[in-house]
Design a protein around this ligand. Structure first.
Ligand code: PMP
Length: 377
């Protein structure tokens, strides 16, 4: 009958309208929410008890792999994007372009996805597959560049990034040059570190870390340089890097070999490195075999699963600490060393944590680290 006909259709109309309204009603963001960029930083400072006991010094690592993108580069990427937004260069929905050994790419692609930017990344072909797939998962476009190109060749990944940014009207974040990179560490990583150590009543320590862009070491060194008593800052130099020679002689002389550790080891003074250079007091060398052994030790004995650069940083920090311990002699004050645990072992399942890969690069079954395994020069 007519009334049930009207009742049926008016109810149907009401349901459709209400469902539509529910679907398209704009959400109001509640106050005090946190979004992804807010959880970058404030990483824990881990004490490594077994390693400390083995060498008789106190060893701490700032666990940057707790960042949402899994590495220390989340900080630099966020600061570079924020600086491009502030300067007006990066507009809503704009394109971010970077040449990256991996972690900066992961960080940028994650932050771009979170903030609504597009992301194009150029990188050498030897970047781990895990990192490449992660960047793609965040929706970035990636371009692989042959490792045969020198840094000033048009085909080198850093030159490609410049060219792509120009062609497509994107913002080249330029992590080697852009000082927002080291500022993220002078204004964030280092103050966190100092206050974490302060809350443990530790003011006498050595800070040691490696360099890729130099952003971390320079940024931390700049902050420490302003303290009334500056802790020594030591560069951890990986196989093949010319940085140690530069620190000593002012000339870049390539060291033998080429490290398998991704993201570290440079043979030129980048603008970021140069910005904190005067606060760097010395260097220690680490070899890939030491890196491989320490990776295994940290995972198996400390439950700390990190990538090769972090492992090398720990090797370097221990070496710097042992040198200081020897100088202080019997009965000297206890030595504390602090380093950066740059990223997680998860990115290297197909490389450092894969026996076939290790055998392919001559690291074989590296075994775990013992007391006598560090070459103390
Ligand atoms: N470790 C890894 C795995 C990295 O990707 C990087 C960045 N290139 C570093 C260490 C070095 O950091 P920075 O660029 O701040 O010198």
């Amino acid at each position: 009958n007519e009334s049930s006909f009207y009742f049926f259709y008016s109810t149907l109309f009401a349901i459709i309208t209400l469902r539509g309204a529910k679907k398209f009603k704009a959400t109001t963001t509640p106050t005090k929410t946190i979004t992804l960029p807010d959880v970058i930083g404030s990483t824990p400072l881990l004490y490594l008890p077994r390693l400390s006991a083995m060498f008789g010094i106190r060893v701490f690592g700032k666990a940057e792999y707790f960042n949402p993108g899994g590495s220390v580069k989340d900080r630099a990427a966020l600061f570079m994007i924020q600086s491009a937004v502030r300067s007006g260069e990066l507009k809503p929905g704009g394109l971010v372009v970077e040449g990256t050994g991996g972690n900066t790419g992961v960080a940028l692609s994650m932050i771009c996805a979170s903030l609504g930017y597009k992301c194009y990344l150029t990188m050498p072909t030897n970047v781990s597959l895990e990192k490449q797939l992660t960047m793609k998962a965040f929706g970035a476009t990636i371009e692989l560049c042959d490792t045969k190109f020198g840094v000033s060749d048009a085909g080198h990944y850093t030159q490609r990034a410049k060219a792509v940014a120009k062609e497509r009207g994107g913002v080249h974040t330029d992590q080697f040059y852009n000082l927002a990179n080291s500022t993220s560490h002078s204004s964030q990583t280092a103050p966190e570190l100092v206050s974490q150590l302060c809350s443990l009543n530790i003011s006498d320590y050595i800070f040691a870390t490696g360099a890729g862009t130099g952003g971390t070491i320079s940024g931390v060194a700049k902050h420490l340089g302003h303290l009334s008593e500056k802790p020594p800052v030591v560069l951890v130099d990986f196989e093949g890097s010319g940085m140690k020679a530069y620190l000593k002689t002012g000339q870049f002389t390539k060291a033998p070999g080429n490290t398998e550790a991704e993201g570290v080891g440079i043979s030129r003074l980048t603008r970021n490195f140069a910005s904190g250079f005067k606060h760097i007091d010395g260097s220690v060398s680490v070899s890939d075999i030491e890196v491989a052994k320490m990776c295994r030790y940290l995972a198996e004995e400390e439950g700390v699963w990190v990538g090769p650069s972090a492992s090398g940083n720990v090797v370097g920090a221990v070496k710097a600490g042992l040198r200081e311990k020897q100088e202080r002699g019997e009965g000297g004050e206890e030595v504390t060393v602090v380093t950066i645990l740059c990223d997680s072992g998860a990115s290297y399942l197909s490389k450092m944590y894969n026996k076939e890969w290790r055998e392919g690069v001559g690291l074989g079954d590296a075994g775990t680290l013992g007391r006598g395994d560090l070459d103390l020069e």
